[in-house]
Each structure stands twice: as structure tokens, then as C-alpha cells.
Design a protein around this ligand. Structure first.
Ligand code: IMP
Ligand code: MG
Length: 180
């Protein structure tokens, strides 16, 4: 099994880039079908979703859509702090629009819950969530995930945008923390 070391921790490969790309293609097919003619605003949640957003946007091929990038941070080390942060860098008009949030992973769901609430408060017509990864056993809030790439166990992972203390985001496969 392929392993990487980030800082003091060892990680073992758990999802190959091929598996990830396949999941993204399947999500894109569904999104293309649902969002045709809706003039969708996609919002990539930085930093984690940068790689997912890049891949899915190439597959979706909707000519009436736009993409924007939003920054928020709610994670430090390997424990979710659970609080929803302010949306930084959103300059687009949200009122009356179909918005699709592009997220790397839904863990407790608190981050997504906070983002949805803020977008609805700004007058979004509908807010959908597209998350590459989902940890069903970690979910603590009531949210609807419209597009889910891969459901995974409740373990800490890195790669394909996800980091462990800023490292590992550039890895093209996904790795799971090896428990000592
Ligand atoms: P939630 O608010 O608990 O759903 O946390 C979501 C955010 O926590 C994601 O956007 C990620 O940035 C981060 N996160 C959750 N699980 C992991 C993980 O296993 N590795 C790295 N980051 C994670
Ligand atoms: Mg994130």
C-alpha cells in the first residue's frame, strides 16, 4: 500500500485518482441534467474544494453557468471546530439565483449548514450541495446533500484538496491516517 508522511503522521492510500475521477464524472452527469437552463452559480469553497471544483467544472459543460470562489475556515488539525465562519470574497449577486456549493467533504455538516443559511439569507432561490466526499457517521445536522461523490468511513483523510495542517492538498489520490 502506498504511504505518505505529512509532518509527524503516516497516511495510507484509500481512494485512487481513477476512483475519484469516476465519481466526479457520475456527479457531473446528474448535475448537467438537473441544472440545464438554470443559469447556475457554482461556488467553490476554498481551500479544500479547489481540485474538485476544477475537475467537476470541466465535466459539467453548462454554458450558462458561472463559478465563484469563497473562503472560510472551520478546521484546525484533525478535529472539526464545528462553527460556521463568515463567507469571504463573495461579490456576486445571490438574490433569485440557483446556487450550487462545491465542497470537498461533509463531516459534521456544520460548515455546510452555515453556508446554506447565509446564502438563503442573501436571497438565493435554491441552494444545492455537491460534495466530493461524505462521512455519514459523522453527520450531526439536518442537511440535504444533492450530489455526493463517495461516502467514506469516519477517519481523517488527506489529498485531492484536503490537508493535514496545510500539507497534502496537492496529492492526486486520497490517503487515510494510519492509527498508531
Ligand atoms: P464539517 O463542518 O464538520 O462538515 O467539516 C467540513 C470541513 O472540515 C471540510 O470542508 C474540510 O475542510 C474539513 N474536513 C473534514 N473532514 C476532514 C478530513 O478528514 N481531512 C481534512 N479535512 C477535513
Ligand atoms: Mg473545506
Amino acid at each position: 500500500m502506498k504511504r505518505v508522511k505529512l509532518w509527524d503522521k503516516e497516511f495510507e492510500i484509500s481512494l485512487s485518482n481513477t476512483e475519484i475521477q469516476l465519481a466526479i464524472k457520475q456527479m457531473a452527469e446528474k448535475m448537467k441534467h438537473d441544472l440545464q437552463g438554470k443559469e447556475t452559480l457554482f461556488i467553490c469553497i476554498l481551500n479544500g474544494a479547489f481540485m474538485f471544483a476544477s475537475e467537476i467544472m470541466k465535466e459539467v459543460e453548462l454554458t450558462d453557468s458561472e463559478i465563484s470562489f469563497l473562503k472560510l475556515a472551520s478546521y484546525s488539525g484533525t478535529d472539526s471546530t464545528g462553527e460556521a465562519k463568515e463567507l469571504i470574497g463573495l461579490n456576486e449577486e445571490i438574490a433569485g439565483r440557483t446556487v450550487v456549493i462545491l465542497e470537498d467533504i461533509v463531516d459534521s455538516g456544520q460548515t455546510m449548514k452555515g453556508v446554506i443559511t447565509q446564502l438563503i439569507n442573501k436571497g438565493a432561490k435554491e441552494v444545492k450541495i455537491a460534495t466530493l466526499l461524505f462521512k455519514p457517521d459523522a453527520l450531526k445536522v439536518d442537511i440535504k446533500l444533492d450530489y455526493v461523490g463517495i461516502s467514506i468511513p469516519n477517519d481523517f483523510i488527506v489529498g485531492f484538496g484536503l490537508d493535514y495542517d496545510r500539507r497534502g492538498r496537492n496529492l492526486k489520490d486520497i490517503y487515510t491516517l494510519v492509527k498508531e
